[in-house]
Ligand binder design. Structure first.
Ligand code: UDP
Length: 344
């Protein structure tokens, strides 16, 4: 079934107030900044388990609480008169999800259920949330559009697919309106150099590569060079975090204009291998970045590349900062400015 936008003129500034769960995290903080720049009132709800208080403007109301705490969710919705939620709060490490799936079912599935229940109670009926290309699993077709079968191959992907199913069932039964944004690989940083990716522990390729360039690590491990890909290393579609922020604004606008449910890939349509990422990082940083082949990482599909034009058709969105070089240049600026992350 083809989804269509409620409003073909693609407004890109939603009405507030918006509750941003996980708004102190990597993608959440870039989205909050965009909301603030456009004058959209918002409230951040974050337990700071992985997010950073410094990443949220001081004038934005901040609720330091956990989505395990239903009373705190209810209070935030009621006190701020919320009808719209953007939900980023989740665990997102493929490797960790394989070794500790319990954390993923609790914090991704159970906590999202808490949020949906409190939204139902408060009659807040619109939600944009972070889904992922990991819900597709191994590619049957490349690139992958939204009709690609969803057969995740790791617990992270399973939990995100459960979240999508929950939203769909709540939409049918209770009239929830939702947009599942299936991100490919979020990367880059704000062009201003003051917002970026800071995870502890860091497991993502680009920040790790840049930590090598900063002299904080000796080398980067390439997880597998015997995949069925052009150079044997995994291929991913890296999408700039500022483009992701823009897509969230547009998605919420579409829900506010009446769209009932949307499932949208957010990628560029171009894949880069692990080797290519390292090579461009060498050019951008001027550092040799030693790389060593290591075993495959469990749960990694060989290739994830977004396909189709659905995001353009239903959100009027397309990436404006496509290209690995632009992504790495922005990420490098942030890492040089914050070699020890926000805490320093
Ligand atoms: N990767 C790697 N070495 C690292 C970290 C990641 O080779 O130290 C690879 C990983 O196996 C995957 C790609 O880089 O193929 C992107 O991984 P990342 O963790 O950044 O994102 P994911 O695709 O898991 O969401």
């Amino acid at each position: 079934m083809r989804e269509s936008a409620a409003d073909a003129s693609f407004p890109s500034t939603p009405r507030g107030p918006v509750l941003v769960c996980g708004g102190a995290g990597y993608i959440g903080s870039h989205t909050v900044r965009r909301l603030v720049e456009r004058g959209v009132p918002c409230v951040v709800f974050d337990n700071l388990s992985t997010g950073h208080r410094e990443a949220v403007p001081s004038e934005v109301p901040f609720v330091e609480a956990d989505l395990g705490d239903r009373k705190a969710i209810a209070a935030a919705l009621r006190e701020h008169g919320i009808q719209d939620v953007i939900h980023f709060a989740a665990k997102c490490y493929v490797g960790e999800s394989v070794t500790d799936p319990s954390k993923y079912y609790r914090e991704n599935v159970h906590y999202t259920w808490n949020l949906l229940e409190e939204m139902r109670e408060a009659q807040a009926d619109r939600i944009v949330f972070s889904s992922t290309c990991a819900t597709y699993g191994n590619p049957v077709t490349i690139p992958m559009d939204e009709s690609h079968p969803q057969q995740p191959i790791n617990p992270y992907g399973h939990t995100k697919l459960h979240m999508e199913h929950m939203m769909a069932d709540y939409a049918t039964a209770y009239g929830l309106r939702y947009c599942a944004l299936r991100y490919f690989n979020a990367a880059g940083a704000a062009e201003s150099g003051d917002l970026g990716e800071d995870h502890e522990p860091e497991t993502h390729l680009i920040p790790l590569v840049l930590q090598v360039a900063l002299g904080q690590r000796d080398q980067i491990l390439m997880f597998g060079d015997d995949y069925d890909t052009p150079d044997g290393t995994c291929v991913r579609d890296y999408i700039h975090v500022e483009d992701l922020a823009d897509a969230h604004m547009r998605a919420l606008c579409q829900l506010q204009a009446g769209a009932p449910r949307l499932h949208v890939n957010l990628g560029t349509g171009t894949g880069y291998s692990v080797r290519e990422v390292i090579e461009v990082a060498r050019e951008v940083t001027g550092h040799p970045i030693p790389a060593v082949v290591a075993d495959r990482r469990p749960g990694d599909p060989p290739q994830l590349v977004s396909g189709g034009t659905h995001a353009k058709d239903v959100l009027g969105w397309q990436p404006r900062k496509a290209g690995l070089r632009a992504i790495l240049e922005d990420a490098w600026r942030f890492h040089r400015n914050h070699p020890k992350g926000y805490s320093a």
